[in-house]
Write a protein of this length. Sequence first.
Length: 229
Amino acid sequence: MLQAARSAFEEQGLGVPLGEIARRAGVGAGTVYRHFPSKEALFRATIVDRIELFTDTARDLADVADPGAVFFRFLSSVVRLAARNKALCDALEAAGAGRFEPSPGVGEDFDDALEVLLRRAQEAGAVRQDVGIADLRALLVGCLSMERALPGCGSDGGVPGRMTALMCDALRAERAVTELETEPVKRNESRCGVCGAAISAARTGRPARYCGGACRQKAHRARERTRQT
């Protein structure tokens, strides 16, 4: 029964019907329920050992020399192995979002082991200092999803492992770091017609066109030049 469940979950993830698992095992759905109270319980039983294997591997690598290279090799290995297994992808995604715990302490142990590798790689100067375990888990889950979607798309971007390479490049310590806007973008927000800065609503209620006098003068001079040509 467990072997049939493992195979079905690997192919279809948590969404596989329990009836399909029972059919593969050659038993009735009632037999499955007598051994496992829910499909989630059966799902946990099939993937816990896989996540524990990742955790044990990360712990074994914690004191290895060249922590930067070790960190990137471990990430690449997790993506390569888990991308073939829809069950692992679903488990890692749900655990990262706090919707699922493979087994008491299993998800936390994986995070702790992964964080040790991340911290050592940062101390060695190989990984950006502004990356935390939450960032890393989100990148890992996203990379798994993209790697599963790309094979067979028939383009150069569909080469297996390309998304993993891009993820690793994004994590590497570099001088140039993309800075995002700190202010949330609001719908229908007015922008200055000259510099593009956000414009506060005018007290009169009329929509402003420029952020201040300097941009207003620049716009006026531009209009004058247009009239003279």
